[in-house]
Design a protein around this ligand. Sequence first.
Ligand code: AMP
Ligand code: MG
Length: 295
Amino acid sequence: MTRLRELLAVDPGSFRLDKTDPRGTPGLPDTKAVRKDPKAWARAEVTTIGTELAAYQEKLFAAAKRGRTAERVLLLLQAMDCGGKDGTVRGVFAGMNPTGIKAVSFGPPTDEEKQHDFLWRIDRALPPAGHVGVFNRSHYEDVLVVRVHNLVPEDIWSQRYDQINQFEAVQAEAGLTLVKVMLHISPDEQRQRLLDRLDDPAKHWKYNPGDVDERAKWADYQEAYQAALTRCSTPENPWFVVPADRKWYRNWAVATLLRDAMASIDPGYPPAEFDVEAERQRLLPAASTSDSHGS
Ligand code: AMP
Ligand code: MG
């Protein structure tokens, strides 16, 4: 396990989001290559990690296909608007096999979803055995946007922290390795990214005037994040806060956290359920006739 996990994990007793620098780069190795060009180093490293992720993913998929494991992995991403959730998914999952990946985004609950408890749609969207899932937003919105906008009464949302912890504990028992990441950006960086979207007609589809209204509630959101991060960071399912103003650091950190999680459950390739040597003999020509080939 790398030191990065320990550096970025939320300790419920001492963590302070307002003391966490969105431009920080904790855990970057102190080597000549990094000092020379951290951005280039991180990009190359993410490509290397991507190859490792693809190999772990294939082994997980193969093991589950043989019914040998119930393990599955879920990368859960939360962030303020423009926090880089989509960019992280593109950057980190680039090398992986789309067949084994399940990506889900959560918006305001639909009419059908509103007929159920807040975890219903989450449960249904979890990756099956052998799969790697990614959540763009999650059940944490039900203690974030919901809390900030009083979408349900406080006596309802205040119970959700414990309900979330219980839900995640049950899923862990059932083989889910959850990697919960908050991408932490500064208000200045968000403003710059919103302006960039306005400046580029190809990015206008990403611009949501509502994001500027949400931006006015920055302090309320940070308070809601502080509560969610500390109340729902458990030894089994810790939260990680990744400084995200620098995209290259963000991608490297998330890729590393995911790689470490997958390494810890590495099931190995499933052994053959047939006699490999016997199969080889069936395919190779018999010794007496082999001379007649290939000359
Ligand atoms: P986007 O990620 O830009 O597509 O926006 C999705 C929107 O859905 C965000 O404004 C979220 O705050 C909102 N959203 C997600 N989950 C919930 C929820 N459980 N209740 C209300 N709004 C939500
Ligand atoms: Mg948005």
